[in-house]
Design a protein around this ligand. Sequence first.
Ligand SMILES: [Zn+2]
Length: 542
Amino acid sequence: MRKFLLLLLFFVASSFLIFSPSWLSPSFAKMQARKYFIRPKLVIVIVIDQFRYDYLERFRPEFVEGGFNMLLNGGADFINCRYDDASTVTCAGHATLFTGAYPNMNGIIENEWYDPGLHRPVYCASDLETKLVGGEGAGASPRNLMGSTIGDELRMASDFKSKVVAISLKDRSAVMPGGHTANAAYWYDAPQGHFVTSTYYMQQLPGWVKEFNQRSHAAAYCGKNWQSLPDNPIAPRKMLKSFRAQSGERCPDTRFLNWLDRTPYMTEIELQFAESAIQNEHLGAGPHTDLLAISISENDYIGHAFGPYSVQVADVTLRTDRYLASFFKDINRMVGLNNVWIALSADHGVAPNPDFIKAHHLGLGNLPAANIRDEVERELSQAFGQDQWIESADKFYIYLNHQTLMRHHVSESEAQQVAARAAASVEGVRAAFTRAQLLTGQLPDSSLARKASHSFNSLRGGDVFVIVDPFTVIGPAGIHTNHGTPWNYDAQVPLIFWGSAFNPGVYSIPSQPIDLASTLAAALHLTQPSGAQGKPLSVALR
Ligand SMILES: [Zn+2]
């Protein structure tokens, strides 16, 4: 009997050890979780400049295998991802994606803002203490960016053994994604046809970059025109841009480089440069996870010139798809796609052309910036006396002239209120918030007020923040199109995660571009970037 009891006890104890649920033993559960966390060798974040969410759906029937389709079919596709701020421009969008924080935190409120202390505009990536490397003039750096990026966190967590490289045609779109501690950020100097960097990162270009520049990739396009692809759904095989060489002209020269600079061919060159970076910087070859940020700029240049419903935008989208398919194939050869995670998003979308807007009765179309400025000046002069009340104005902010205010003994809040009321009374303006409102949070309980506060940074914002009506493009009559509003055509962008950490599927839950950095930080078991406001999209995390 005792023998039987002992046997029973042994059986119960051993079966408990074997079959016990892991939640009974936290350390065991942790071990299990750790066991299945396999660091990727390389994380590639692709940002397409001015790439509306709907482009992926509108042009999907014409996509090839292995480009966007690889991400759409095999990735976690968040189809309802929208910026929750009003600063839908390139520099702010890139800073937001990589810091996981809106401009109120990351400080990048626009591409360029007015500095009342300096009495001049400040470019987001400017740094007068740096010089261009590989070119002439001032360099660029992330000194205006507040807080860390996902790349900074990766660098710090690995004792700076992980490499972070950022590439774009635009300086700001390489500098912001790279963060403060990037090994390198490279961008394109169009007049020279060269990739360059700044002394913030290095004193001279690495040998491989010099070699890439010397090989003159532009030469491969000499004699080519830009004709739409045969499967362009809007107009197949249409001549979109041709180059006529003058007699005795050598190619590529400056005139040809200028021509090439606004064609989709630049994306092919940019991705070739990115491949060269992977190979020569040995990205994905070491024991630590590396990060490559690529911002594809050409879509923005072409989008501005022709608008979202043009044959040109259809063509640059289809060509981006084909270039990405070839890029992914090469990544597989170089690093192995099973070692790579890819995230795709955009810095902003774009409004339809004002002519299209008017033809389809969607809204006002274009609104000259002077309409707002003149009305605000008029109302301030009427209220407080004739004078120059505005020091500067751009499409987001009115900066009041504080010397004029002092001269007339007018308080800031008084002047702001009059200015905001005047701005809001202009046809085409939806809302105007004062600096005092944005500073103290005394805002109406509305989504527009929330978006405005996400765009406002106390150190850089102006006195009045202006939001235009939907389908209103700030600019003179004849402006092609633009972006920079909180409306969804500007704010809704793709957000896709691809790789072994993510559950493939289509997710329609609300998500935001700030979730990109937060999700990658969670998937990589990193500290969240310092100001991150995003949430890890755990629904897609394995
Ligand atoms: Zn743009």
